[in-house]
Design a protein around this ligand. Structure first.
Ligand SMILES: C[S@@+](CC[C@H](N)C(=O)[O-])C[C@H]1O[C@@H](n2cnc3c(N)ncnc32)[C@H](O)[C@@H]1O
Length: 530
C-alpha cells in the first residue's frame, strides 16, 4: 500500500497519515465531547468495504445462499422484443419510473410494503414510511427471489462465463452491462430504469480532474489504485470475451466507459448481506439512503427467506427511512463507493500509520509488547475530528521509549503519560505529521467553502471541495488538540487558564516549534529543559 504522506524526516518520524483503504484502522466505540480528546476504547474493525469485496471470489462459486430453496423465482414479464438500446436512467424521469416499478412489482406478486419510493431533494430516490414505524419494526421484506445476486449471474446465458471467479461486484456489473444493452427487452427493464447511469464517484473522473481535485487527499492514491485494478479487470474481460464475440458483446455496451459506469452503479446499489455473505440488488432496498447515525441495515433472514430491514428508530408517515452503509465509513470511502460526501459525518477520519523504528535496539522487546496488546508494526489508527485513540498515543510512547525501566508504564487502555520528554516528543511528532499532511493540500479552507457555495462549480468540484474541507478540518482540530496537550508540558499558559486554545500570541511560538518536529531529540530535550 502506498503511503500518501511521507515522514517529515524518514527514519526519525515513522508516522504516515495515509490512505484509508486498509484493514486494521481502529474503531472508536465511544463518542466524545466537543474538543478533540483521546478515546479509550478501540477495536479493530472490519468494514464490509464493498470495493474491497470486489476482488474476492467468495460468492460466485455457488455460494448463493440467498437463492437456495427459492421456489419459482422472479417471474419477469415476457420481454417485448424492441430494438435494443442502452437503458440510461438520465433519459427517464426516475420518480415516474419508481411508481411504475412499484406497480410492476405488485403484478409479479411482490408483497405490500410499508415503504414507498420517493424523490428527495438531497439524496435523490429514497424510501418514505407509509405508516408510523416504531424502533424494531420490520420496514421492508423482500423475498429472496426478487433479488438479483450471484445466482442470477451464474445462471445467466451470456455473462456467467466472463463473470466466473471474479466476485459478486464484477459479476453484477457484467449482468447490468448486458441487461442495459437489452433495453426494454430486458426482463428487468422496470428495475433498471430506476438506476442512475453512473455515480459521481472519482473512479469515473478523468485523470487530470482527480489529480487536481483530490490533491493532498489520501483518496487520490486510493482512487488511482482502484482505477488501475478496474482497468486490469476490463482488459482481461475485453481480450478474453468481448473482442472475441463482438456480436454478443457490442462495442458500445461493453466499452471501458460502460464497464466503469456499471461498476460504479453496482458499487453504490448492491447491498452486502452478512448472513448470506453475498451482494444483492434488492428492490426498494437499493433506494435506501445512508445516515451515519443510523444503525439499521438490510440483511438476509433465513426464517423469512427474505431480505429484511428492521428500523432502529421511530418514523412518522412520509418521513424518509435511512439505513447505515457501514458504521465506520469515512467521507473518502463514501465518495469513492457512493459518489457523495457527508459533511457532518461523525465517523469521518483520516488514517495514520505508526511503526517501531527499525533501528531501535529494543525493537524485539517492543514488538512482543505490541503483539500481546494485539497491534502490528506498522499499525493504522484513525484520526477523527474530535478524537483520536488512546492506543495511538500509547503506541507512540512505546515506540520512542529508550528507558526499559519505564516500560511498566505502557498501558494500552489508559491515557498514561510515561515521562514528560517522551510525551513531548510524540506530541511533536504527531504535530509534524499533521502539519505535513495539511500542507499537501493546496489553498486554504476558505477556498473549499467558496467552491461549495459557488453555483457555477461542477458537482465533482463541489464533492472534492467538501472532502478536502472535512479532511483539513480533521487535521486542524487534531493539531489544536495536540497544542492543548503540549501547553502544560511546556508550562505555557493558555487563555482563561484552560486547555482549549493556546493564547494567540504564543501560537507563533508553537508554529516555530512544530516546524522542528523532526529535529534531533537532543535538541528537543534541550527545549524541554528550558
Ligand atoms: C443505494 S442508492 C440509494 C438510492 C439513490 N438515492 C437513488 O437516487 O437511486 C445510493 C446512492 O444514494 C445517494 N445517497 C445515499 N445516501 C446519501 C446521503 N446521505 N447523502 C447524499 N446522497 C446519498 C448516493 O448517490 C448513493 O450513490
Amino acid at each position: 500500500m502506498s503511503a500518501v504522506f511521507s515522514s517529515p524526516k524518514p527514519g526519525v518520524c515513522n508516522l504516515r497519515v495515509q490512505n484509508n483503504r486498509q484493514q486494521v484502522s481502529a474503531h472508536l466505540q465511544r463518542s466524545t465531547t466537543a474538543s478533540c480528546s483521546c478515546q479509550n476504547s478501540v477495536s479493530s474493525f472490519n468494514r464490509s468495504h464493498r470495493l474491497g469485496h470486489n476482488y474476492h471470489n467468495s460468492s460466485l462459486g455457488g455460494n448463493s445462499k440467498i437463492r437456495k430453496g427459492c421456489s419459482g423465482g422472479w417471474e419477469a414479464p415476457k420481454p417485448v422484443r424492441k430494438r435494443a438500446s442502452i437503458c440510461m436512467a438520465a433519459e427517464v424521469d426516475r420518480a415516474v419510473a419508481a411508481t411504475e416499478f412499484a406497480g410492476w412489482l405488485k403484478e409479479q406478486g411482490f408483497p405490500e410494503q410499508v415503504l414507498e419510493i420517493k424523490m428527495f431533494e438531497k439524496e435523490g430516490l429514497g424510501c418514505a414510511a407509509t405508516r408510523p414505524l416504531k424502533a424494531g419494526d420490520i420496514a421492508l421484506t423482500v423475498p429472496e427471489n426478487f433479488c438479483v445476486t450471484a445466482f442470477d449471474v451464474n445462471n445467466h446465458p451470456v455473462v456467467s462465463a466472463p463473470a466466473r471467479g471474479r466476485g459478486d461486484l464484477i459479476g453484477l456489473t457484467l449482468w447490468l452491462m448486458y441487461e442495459r444493452t437489452q433495453g426494454e427487452s430486458s426482463a428487468w427493464y422496470p428495475f433498471l430504469k430506476l438506476f442512475p447511469e453512473a455515480t459521481s464517484s472519482p473512479l469515473l473522473w478523468s485523470e487530470a480532474e482527480r489529480d487536481e481535485q483530490l490533491k493532498g487527499s489520501p483518496a487520490l492514491e486510493e482512487v488511482k489504485d482502484r482505477v488501475a485494478a478496474l482497468e486490469e479487470v476490463f482488459e482481461e474481460l475485453d481480450s478474453g470475451y468481448f473482442q472475441k464475440d463482438p456480436q454478443t458483446f457490442g462495442s458500445e455496451g461493453f466499452s471501458l466507459t460502460a464497464f466503469k459506469n456499471a461498476f460504479s452503479t453496482i458499487l453504490s446499489r448492491a447491498t452486502y448481506l452478512p448472513t448470506a455473505d453475498i451482494f444483492a440488488l434488492v428492490p426498494y432496498g437499493d433506494c435506501l439512503n445512508h445516515k451515519a447515525e443510523c444503525e439499521a441495515s438490510l440483511d438476509f433472514s433465513t426464517e423469512e427467506e427474505a431480505v429484511v430491514l428492521r428500523v432502529d428508530r421511530d418514523y412518522r408517515v412520509g418521513e424518509q427511512v435511512f439505513v447505515s452503509y457501514g458504521a465506520d465509513r469515512s467521507n473518502s470511502d463514501l465518495l469513492i463507493s457512493y459518489g457523495f460526501v457527508d459533511q457532518s459525518n461523525p465517523n469521518d477520519y483520516l488514517s495514520i500509520e505508526v511503526e517501531l523504528l527499525p533501528t531501535d535496539r529494543l525493537m524485539g522487546f517492543k514488538q512482543q509488547i505490541l503483539e500481546q496488546a494485539g497491534f502490528d508494526s506498522p499499525q493504522t489508527f484513525p484520526l477523527f475530528k474530535d478524537r483520536f485513540p488512546t492506543q495511538l498515543l500509547t503506541y507512540m510512547r512505546l515506540s520512542r521509549l529508550s528507558d526499559v525501566g519505564l516500560f511498566a508504564k505502557i498501558v494500552f487502555d489508559q491515557d498514561v503519560v510515561v515521562d514528560q520528554s517522551n510525551e513531548y516528543e510524540i506530541l511533536m511528532l504527531l504535530m509534524g505529521e499533521c502539519r505535513v499532511a495539511l500542507q499537501a493540500y493546496s489553498g486554504g479552507s476558505d477556498e473549499e467553502s467558496r467552491i461549495i457555495n459557488d453555483k457555477k462549480a461542477s458537482i465533482n468540484e463541489k464533492l472534492a471541495a467538501q472532502l478536502r474541507l472535512c479532511e483539513k478540518q480533521i487535521l486542524i482540530s487534531s493539531m489544536a488538540a495536540l497544542r492543548n496537550r503540549l501547553a502544560p508540558i511546556r508550562g505555557i499558559p493558555v487563555k482563561g487558564g484552560g486547555l482549549k486554545d493556546p493564547n494567540s500570541d504564543i501560537m507563533e511560538m508553537f508554529d516555530m516549534a512544530e516546524q522542528i518536529a523532526s529535529a534531533p531529540s537532543k535538541f528537543l530535550s534541550n527545549i524541554f529543559k528550558k
